[in-house]
Design a binder for this molecule. Structure first.
Ligand code: 3HC
Length: 699
């Protein structure tokens, strides 16, 4: 047919094979090739046609790179009308992952057969979309409304067995898929099996189904706050029960088009590619091979070290967890066991799985037990002198070639490396708390870190389920360096007159997982207070940025741990409550510095906080600390609760318009403290030239 699709007659069965690496996406050539093959099959003397794929997977969906470009015929919906009306038996033979438009192709075939390792799903919601080629209509007709709600609103894939139990797959096989598909096709043809079309199945929506749709609407209003696609999916599922197939298909199409032109989908598609781009390091030679990591040492069995140990243990990698004394390391092990016990209680893990994970962790109070490990991650107290001592000792103990990583959030990797005789083996691996939950890993490259060490750290991150982002060396690396500017503006908005509730609500309504002051209460206000005690007045900076936090701590309000901080916390429910006492302290602190509170709009709060982030992000980019703007977006979405549907701080200003963002920055420069609003020259340049952030690379 063409390079991407072939058609071959094998006796009574025609075989359409898609070969469009890497994931057989439904690019134009694939759609055109399948259409041509169907026409050929309709005209020859076969009785059935099998649709299968070469390579690692069945069709993994529409070609996401084609979205937003001029449409090319045949469209996927048109192709699926042709497939639906095909005059002969159609059978999808599935291996790998049949996702999105790929699964919609399979659902349009009369019968579906899959190898037992295959997975199927409709993940469009994760891209801010909904299944736009009949998925919201055929799924409920085959599997019922409740199953369709779960599959389509979660976007999570199903195993072949599970899909078969839901009537979405007809037969699960083991071994040679094509051979099994051929005999299934012959069996169906000889048995005069009907042309079973999901489009012709009746769907009687019950009162319970309607209630479930409504209840899901309410639940997702909270869980996926601010996102449009989940609600539109529910509209389509309701239409499936209330309209004819063709009418409901038209409803689905218009809802799909609404999603496609929604900036939320552009942001989520940006994040899909950003996550994959982050794994690529432009400066590394293509042939560089990561070294194998079979055994990891972790120093420090506190919350961080324990969480990191869990990540490795769950990935099947042996861990030696070291702390100062047997008691300290046992306390760490007990905490890990406690975390796992909660997961078992909630049904997320089985006792056997937990036993396997725990067996991968060996406690120790001796550094000498780290002599043979491939990688050590130090997660001790955040103090440079202590870290240097640890690394000097590791240098004398660990085998040549072992990678020595620090989980520091701020300290200089170069100074830590200088405490060893092998700075090329030293780098930062910065996890985010809780380390067993948060997906982000900042891999911090020191001046001497070798290419192989960087490649291994990136690959190891992937192996333990993290999204790894490379950062150059600077104070706070990518994430925490930017956070200081965000936190500064939150503190200043508070000082200038906004309440904690207004600031947090404005940011949460905009999409942040948690507002900045609530995050402060969660992390503990005493931590920043103690850190400031070590600094000179000059180092502490403008008192307006910390006096309120200081006064709260001095009043014994450390945040959630003491029951009160910017808010008061219900001791039973932990609910965040406004607290007149906190408001009085805040007001008194304003008075101390002679500040007269003013009204601040929610829009100003959101703009100040998000633009402060992006402005510092642009500096990080022009200094070459981050490789590309999208890496910064990955850091913020995976490490700091930035809403994925806004695409990260850099995509957010790109979508808003760089010139408009620079204009707003100029307004802040002239109305607020100009020292805080020095505009990154990269943004000025891009605003002047009209070029985009996405393509910017430092020479
Ligand atoms: N379109 C275009 N490119 C795609 C793609 C797609 N649907 N899916 C994957 N790719 C690209 C990736 O960007 C990557 O490119 P790169 O090598 O240049 O970075 C390459 O294929 C390999 O992808 P992964 O690195 O993700 O490979 P994995 O083996 O880890 O995962 C996968 C494979 C599970 C298929 C995963 O790629 C995936 O989840 N893909 C997206 C599936 C999806 O969302 N499908 C729905 C699309 S929307 C749709 O179908 C709308 C319809 O309803 C009308």
């Amino acid at each position: 047919m063409n390079d991407a699709v072939s058609y071959e007659q094998q006796g009574a069965v025609g075989v359409i094979t898609v070969a469009n690496p890497p994931v057989n996406a439904l690019s134009h050539s694939v759609r055109a090739g399948i259409a041509e093959a169907l026409t050929a099959s309709a005209a020859d003397d076969t009785q059935a046609v099998v649709l299968c794929c070469d390579g690692r997977t069945f069709i993994a969906g529409a070609d996401i790179t084609e979205f937003g470009k001029p449409p090319q015929s045949p469209s996927l919906p048109d192709l699926l009308v042709q497939l639906d009306q095909h005059p002969k038996l159609t059978i999808a033979a599935i291996h790998g992952t049949a996702l999105g438009g790929g699964f919609e192709v399979a659902l349009t075939c009369n019968y579906r057969l899959a190898v037992n390792t295959a997975k199927v799903g409709l993940p469009e919601v994760k891209l801010g979309l909904l299944p736009g080629a009949g998925g919201t209509q055929r799924t409920p007709r085959l599997a019922g409304i409740p199953a369709a709600i779960e599959l389509i609103t979660s976007g999570n894939p199903l195993s072949a067995e599970k899909a078969a139990s839901m009537k979405l797959i007809d037969r699960v096989v083991d071994g040679d898929l094509l051979a099994a598909a051929m005999s299934y096709a012959e069996e169906l043809a000889q048995g005069d099996a009907p042309l079973r079309r999901a489009s012709a199945l009746p769907l009687d929506i019950s009162g319970e189904d309607r209630q479930l749709i409504e209840a899901t609407r309410q639940r997702l209003n909270k869980k996926t706050r601010g996102e449009h696609a989940p609600q539109r999916i529910l509209d389509c599922l309701l239409a499936a029960g209330e309209q004819s197939f063709d009418e409901a298909l038209a409803t689905e199409r218009s809802q799909f088009m609404a999603c496609l032109s929604d900036p939320q989908s552009a942001a989520l598609r940006h994040m899909f590619f950003a996550e994959r781009a982050a794994a690529k390091i432009d400066s590394l030679p293509r042939n560089i091979e990561p070294t194998a990591v079979h055994h990891v040492g972790i120093i420090g069995a506190g919350t961080m070290g324990g969480g990191i140990a869990m990540c490795f243990a769950q990935a099947g990698i042996r861990v030696t967890l070291v702390d100062m004394s047997d008691e300290a390391v046992q306390a760490g092990i007990d905490k890990i066991a406690g975390n796992y016990a909660i997961s078992v209680k909630r049904g997320r893990l089985s006792e056997d799985q937990v036993a396997g994970f725990m067996a991968n962790i060996t406690p120790s109070s001796r550094y000498s037990d780290l002599a043979e490990v491939d990688l050590v991650i130090e997660a001790v107290f955040e103090n440079l002198a202590v870290k240097k001592e640890v690394f000097a000792e590791l240098d004398s103990i660990c085998k040549p070639g072992a990678i020595l990583a620090s989980n520091t959030s701020y300290q200089s990797i170069d100074e830590i490396a200088a405490a060893t005789s092998r700075p090329e083996s030293v780098l930062g691996m910065h996890f985010f708390s809780p380390a067993n939950v948060m997906k982000l890993l900042e891999v911090v490259q020191g001046a001497a870190s070798s290419e192989s060490v960087i490649a291994t750290a990136m690959a190891t991150g992937k192996k333990i389920g993290k999204v790894s982002v490379l950062s150059g060396m600077c104070y706070g690396f990518i994430g925490n360096r930017m956070l200081r500017h965000y936190g500064r503006e939150a503190a200043l908005c508070l000082m200038e007159g906004a309440s904690p509730r207004q600031i947090d609500s404005a940011m949460e309504h905009w999409g942040m997982a948690m507002g900045p002051l609530a995050v402060g209460d969660l992390a503990g206000l005493d931590i920043g207070y103690k850190a400031r005690e070590q600094l000179s007045e000059a180092q502490k900076g403008d008192p307006k940025t910390y006096i309120i936090a200081d006064r709260l701590v001095e009043a014994g309000r450390f945040g959630q741990k003491s029951g009160a901080g910017y808010y008061r916390y219900d001791p039973e429910t932990r609910a965040r409550l406004d607290d007149p006492v906190a408001l009085e302290i805040i007001d008194a602190a304003r008075g101390e510095l002679g500040m007269v509170p003013r009204d601040i709009s929610d829009e100003e709060i959101v703009d100040r906080l998000t633009l402060a982030l992006a402005n510092e992000g642009a500096r990080i980019l022009e200094e070459g600390i981050a490789q590309r703007a999208s890496d910064i977006d990955v850091v913020y979405c995976y490490g700091y609760g930035f809403p994925r549907f806004r695409g990260g701080p850099m995509h957010n200003i790109e979508a808003r318009g760089i010139a408009e963002s620079v204009q707003r920055l100029r307004e802040f420069q002239s109305t607020l403290d100009p020292d805080n609003w020095q505009i990154a020259s990269l943004l000025e340049d891009l605003a002047a030239s009209g070029a985009g952030l996405a393509d910017y690379r430092r020479d």
